[in-house]
Structures are given as structure tokens and as C-alpha cells.
Design a protein around this ligand. Structure first.
Ligand code: PLP
Length: 513
């Protein structure tokens, strides 16, 4: 695939004019911008059309790309044509293709055409939405687009939204707001060297995402602030244990700060019992944050709205349109019913940022650690308009159907087993073999771990598909996550066939795994 293909006759005609080189001052000429702009869009179009011919997982060794790149920067500008040719030659082989329809690892995601246009325009505008006046469009469109998304998910109007880059950062801000709500003067006096401060506690299930623990590290609360609440057989937080943990902590002068419930955990997409957790938080007056980074998007499907039952009682709630809402990375939406507290935690306005309209508008920099903020709302607004609520819901519904279909093949086979329920578009499963004579349970588990790891490794190394794994009840589980806009039934049928081939190969008498 070449950036400047056959249509590039003007290039050939004017070879000696060094087209594509930067002028001595200013930016690229308008003519070159148009020419290379069209070439890049054409190239992206062909990239999507031919993506299935590429290996999903980059087939290179660590350091291989670096070794092909000059160690020093170019003193003189280089021709755009040469730069784009190197994207083909050097960058492409080093890419893992997240937009490949057979990308099933982690949480599969997708960009989409309106999202790409949104990113392109946002790069052209290059706004820094720190204050309303530095980008009224960004500030107001963010409020509108997030309110549309809130309505689509069926969350109450008291929730106001704000965009951050990732769920990790959204949750960090939510926990900072929870801490601020305790009125401990931490903003002013910090936490270190304070004998008057008890240990603050944050509760989350043992299935919660590592970003919660990282937030505690970042906020100076420390890993010991986290109390992991055990989950039940279906990987959901045990609300009874949570209630008892809070009681015990209070008896020991530990101050509960926040409970994090997860809707759609990372390993299995389990759903914590949010209504029961909300009861506890209300009774105990503890901030409830819901991490629905992946699964929140599913609530836009009317028959799946119930997954957010209880979330209307949360203090804050995060979902990531960059996971399952066709939005190019990055865009995470934090909803908060107590925006004043989030603001109180972070606002700090030096003289040079004072504006007369500050009392009547939202200034984005008041709500987080960043000053400048990207115009992310533009791509979300364009996506919501282009696909519409029903169009987006139809795609999520189809991903869930494909996951259920794949799970039904696993269930019907003696060679495989499901390791967790399938409430969304993720299937946790593993290959199984019949117990060998005299084999202990532990030895069988080790044997199955080795087998499944080998199946995953071989499949990923082939480039035909990309799966990832987790550990469930101390067993290695393969994870097949469906979330790409181009994934169809034929792709999951193909990966099923490849998995079965690998299993037969590895358990045949020749290899005897
Ligand atoms: N929360 C959950 C439940 C997740 O599954 C993930 C990532 O997969 C995250 C948070 C972190 O997401 P991000 O990469 O946006 O920080």
C-alpha cells in the first residue's frame, strides 16, 4: 500500500521541484496540504479496505523499529513524500492493528469515520479549552454531547459530565472529589506529616481495575488505603462483606472515603450489585463511584438499560466512549452529581487566567489537574449524530449477539469450557482435556494452563487473530472480546476454527501437551 499511488501524476511531472518540502518560513503550502491530505485520506480508506490482509499483532521483535530509525533528528526538513513512504515501510510493520476485525484482545475497540473526521478537525482547530473563552465551542459542545450520552444511558439529569483522557484519570478525579467531600483540608494541608488524619479507606472488589489502586498511589493515599472486597462465584462484589468491612474499619478509626463499584469488570465483565452497594453508601454516607469504563455504553441498548440499575444513586460514574462507542482513543466521560465538590478539589485560578465571565460559565481547568484540554467533544458529537442512538445500539447489540453465539459453540463442545457468564461481548473460556489417569486436580490445572497459553501464543503469533487472557479462580482463561465495528460472524467462526485447529495440534500424540 503506497501513500502516493498511480494518481500522483503531478508529483512525477514536478519531481525536480522538490514537492513536499517545507518552505523556508511558515507551514506547508495550501497546494501541498490538499495533495497530501487527499493522499492520506485515500490511504486510510485503502487501509481499512485491506486491513484483513495484515497480521493483527505486530510481528516484530522489541527494538526492531528503533534500530531502523536515525538516532539524531534531521537538520533539514524532509519531503513529505519520503515521510509518508516511511510510514508504509517502517511504521506499518510495527503496528498492532486495533481496528482489525479479528482483534479480540483486552477490550476490542473501534475508531469510526466520523470519529476520524472529528480528530482531524480538532487538530486543525488546536484549541486549548482551559477557559470557556479560549474555546466556547469545546466547552459547550462537551456539555451538550455528554448530556446526550447521559440521556442515552438513562442516567438522571443531576449528573453533569466532563471529559478526561482515560477512565484511569476519570476515576482518579472522582476519588479526589470523594476525599474533598470529607472536609479534611487535604487540599490545603496535604496528607503527609499529619497526626490528625486517620487512614482513609477506598473499597473496591477484588475484580476492580488496577486504575483504582493507581489513583490511590497518585493521590498520596497509598496502596494500603485500598480494601479489596471479595467477589462471589460470578465475580461480583459481595455487598455483605463490604458492609462488614466498613463497620470493622470504623471501629478501628479508619475513615471510609469511597466505594468503587464496577459495571463490567475487566477480567469477566461481571456486574457488581450496585443497588445493594448504593444502600450501604447511603446509609454510611460514603461517596459511591461507579466504574463502567467498558460496559456503560451497553446501557444505550434499551433492553440492556438494567445493567445500570442503582447507578442513578452514585455520586460519580465513568464510562469510556473510546472503548465501545466507536470513538477514537482517547475520550473518557466522568459524570458527577456533585460537580461543585470536584471543582473545589481542583480549582486554582492565577491572575493571568481570570475572566469576567467566570461566574456564569464552566472553565474546564477548574475540574482537573490539566490546564489545557483537547477538543474531544467534537468527535463524540459527530459520532452521536452520524450513527444516532439506534445505530450505535444496533452495533453494540450485534457484538453481544456474536459473543453469545461464540459462547454457545464453547458450551456445545467437549473440548472447551466457559469460565464466566457472558453478560456483554466478552467470552472467558479455556480448552479442556479429559483427566489423565492418576492426574491430581492441581496437576491438571497446570497442564491446562500450559495448553491454553500455547494455544493463545500460537494463534497470536500467526497474526490471524489476537486474544488475551486473565486468571479466574487460579486458572488461565482465554478472553475473546468483541467490539470492533468490522467484526462479523465470519470472523468469530474463523477464530473458532483456528482455536480448534491449535487445540488438536497441541494435544495430538506428536506434541502431547
Ligand atoms: N476500568 C475498567 C473496568 C477497565 O476495563 C479499564 C480498561 O480496560 C479501565 C478502567 C482503564 O481504562 P483507561 O485505559 O481508559 O484508563
Amino acid at each position: 500500500m503506497k501513500f502516493l499511488g498511480e494518481c500522483d501524476t503531478s508529483m512525477k511531472q514536478a519531481e525536480s521541484e522538490a514537492h513536499g518540502l517545507a518552505p523556508s518560513q511558515g507551514d506547508m503550502s495550501a497546494e501541498d496540504f490538499e495533495r497530501f491530505g487527499h493522499a492520506v485520506i485515500d490511504w486510510i480508506n485503502r487501509y481499512f479496505a485491506n486491513i484483513e490482509g495484515r497480521p493483527v499483532l505486530a510481528q516484530i521483535q522489541p527494538g526492531e523499529l528503533r534500530a531502523q530509525l536515525p538516532t539524531a533528528p534531521p537538520a533539514q526538513g524532509e519531503a513529505m513524500e519520503a515521510i509518508l513512504a516511511d510510514v508504509d515501510r517502517l511504521i506499518m510493520p510495527a503496528l498492532t492493528h486495533w481496528n482489525h476485525p479479528s482483534f479480540f484482545a483486552y477490550f476490542a475497540t473501534s475508531t469510526s469515520a466520523p470519529g476520524i473526521f472529528g480528530e482531524l478537525l480538532s487538530a486543525a482547530f488546536d484549541t486549548k479549552a482551559m477557559l470557556w473563552r479560549t474555546s466556547p465551542a469545546s466547552t459547550e459542545l462537551e456539555e451538550v454531547a455528554l448530556d446526550w450520552l447521559r440521556q442515552m444511558m438513562g442516567l438522571p439529569a443531576e449528573f453533569q459530565g466532563i471529559i478526561y483522557d482515560t477512565a484511569s484519570v476519570s476515576s482518579m478525579h472522582a476519588i479526589a472529589a470523594a476525599r474533598e467531600s470529607l472536609d479534611l483540608r487535604i487540599r490545603e494541608d496535604g496528607m503527609s506529616g499529619r497526626a490528625d488524619l486517620p487512614l482513609l479507606r477506598v473499597y473496591a472488589s477484588d475484580q476492580s481495575h488496577s486504575s483504582i489502586e493507581k489513583a490511590l498511589i497518585t493521590l498520596g493515599m497509598g496502596q494500603r488505603s485500598l480494601r479489596a472486597i471479595p467477589s462471589d462465584a460470578e465475580f461480583r462484589m459481595d455487598a455483605g462483606v463490604l458492609a462488614r468491612a466498613i463497620e470493622e474499619d470504623r471501629r478501628n478509626n479508619i475513615l471510609p472515603c469511597c466505594v468503587v463499584a464496577t459495571v463490567g469488570t475487566t477480567s469477566t465483565t461481571s456486574i457488581d450489585p450496585v443497588p445493594a452497594i448504593a444502600d450501604i453508601c447511603e446509609r454510611e454516607r460514603i461517596w459511591l463511584h461507579v466504574d463502567a469504563a467498558y460496559a456503560g455504553s451497553a446501557a444505550i441498548v434499551p433492553e440492556m438499560r438494567h445493567i445500570l440499575d442503582g447507578c442513578e444513586r452514585a455520586d460519580s460514574f465513568v464510562t469510556n466512549p473510546h472503548k465501545w462507542l466507536l470513538t477514537p482513543f482517547d475520550l473518557s466521560a466522568l459524570y458527577c452529581r456533585r460537580m461543585d465538590i470536584l471543582r473545589r478539589a481542583f480549582t486554582l485560578v492565577p491572575e493571568y487566567l481570570r475572566t469576567p465571565e467566570a461566574e456564569t460559565v464552566r472553565n474546564g481547568s477548574d475540574y482537573g489537574i490539566q490546564l489545557g484540554r483537547r477538543f474531544r467533544a467534537l468527535k463524540l458529537w459527530m459520532i452521536l449524530r452520524y450513527f444516532g442512538h439506534e445505530g450505535l445500539a444496533a452495533r453494540i447489540r450485534e457484538h453481544c449477539r456474536l459473543a453469545r453465539l461464540f459462547a454457545s459453540w464453547v458450551e456445545a463442545s467437549d473440548d472447551w469450557e466457559l469460565l464466566a457468564p457472558v453478560p456483554f461481548s466478552l467470552v472467558c473460556f479455556r480448552a479442556v482435556t479429559s483427566q489423565r489417569e492418576g492426574e491430581t486436580k492441581a496437576a491438571r490445572n497446570t497442564h491446562l494452563d500450559t495448553l491454553n497459553e500455547a494455544i493463545m501464543h500460537n494463534l497470536n503469533a500467526s497474526g490471524a487473530a489476537f486474544l488475551s487472557h486473565t486468571r479466574l479462580n487460579n486458572a488461565l482463561s482465554l478472553r475473546l472480546a468483541i467490539g470492533n465495528i468490522r467484526t462479523t460472524e465470519s470472523h468469530i467462526a474463523h477464530v473458532w476454527q483456528l482455536l480448534n485447529e491449535q487445540k488438536s495440534l497441541l494435544t495430538s500424540s506428536a506434541t502431547m501437551l
